[in-house]
Ligand binder design. Structure first.
Ligand code: DC
Length: 232
């Protein structure tokens, strides 16, 4: 389906916009690799929580820097469950990294320059030899400034909070919609205002506001764009 041997599709945008969902669907359709860069920041956060690098008094950056070399992140697509799984040092952490404790700390970890440098290097490496769809915050601006297609996704914060609230309910997390909305807004603020690679739309990215779009509609929009560019 892909015309060139190696294409990169960058999907950036606000948290809980369904970036990963559309990126996964697209990767499946095109039969190419999907990389959830947010999962990588979440893995570093989980590692930091588990090793007392994040404490109530803050983040021990010296210790974090030293322990980055002990963090090995891999992804596996399980053909049976048709799900992507994230592994931290060989252990599946897919559900742990989506929990509230990691969510509440990941913005602070992802604002640290040396963490970003390490993960951006890894991400660029992943795009060197294969076609990929990668979703995140800085994929079209920093990681792959020459991506073949850049999408910037957004949606109303209330709608995003509702979506995430449903996910937490399914997992049995004890949380209110107000807390989820606060978390969404707080993360938007941190993502947009941090010094290191703040969230912003690349000049050549196409904006999709999916507040009122179905999963299929947004996927079709991207497929049409790839066809227009003669990439597929
Ligand atoms: O997409 P997500 O919610 O799983 O991302 C988790 C956090 O990681 C979020 O606070 C933003 C940060 N992140 C980032 O700074 N850069 C990326 N490329 C991906 C995620």
């Amino acid at each position: 389906m892909i015309k060139n041997s190696n294409i990169v599709i960058a999907i950036d945008g606000y948290s809980s916009c369904g970036k990963s969902t559309v990126a996964k669907d697209l990767a499946k359709l095109l039969n190419i690799v999907f990389i959830d860069s947010g999962a990588m920041y979440r893995c570093v956060t989980l590692h930091a929580l588990r090793n007392d690098i994040i404490t109530p008094s803050g983040i021990n950056e010296d210790l974090l820097k030293l322990s980055l070399k002990d963090i090995n992140i891999t992804f596996k697509f399980d053909a049976q469950s048709k799900k992507n799984e994230t592994f931290l040092n060989g252990q599946s952490v897919e559900s742990k990294i989506r929990g509230l404790e990691v969510s509440n700390n990941v913005s602070a970890i992802s604002a640290i320059g040396f963490v970003r440098k390490k993960l951006v290097d890894l991400q660029q490496e992943m795009g060197k030899t294969q076609s990929i769809v990668m979703d995140g915050r800085d994929i079209g601006t920093v990681v792959f400034p020459y991506a073949d297609l850049k999408i910037f996704m957004t949606a109303d914060p209330n709608i995003r909070a509702q979506r995430r609230f449903k996910e937490y309910q399914l997992k049995g997390e004890d949380i209110t919609i107000e807390q989820v909305l606060d978390n969404v807004k707080q993360r938007d603020y941190i993502d947009e205002n941090r010094d290191e690679s703040p969230l912003r739309k690349a000049d050549d990215a196409i904006v999709i506001d999916n507040s009122n779009l179905s999963k299929d509609e947004q996927l079709q929009f991207i497929v049409d764009e790839l066809k227009t560019r003669e990439l597929i």
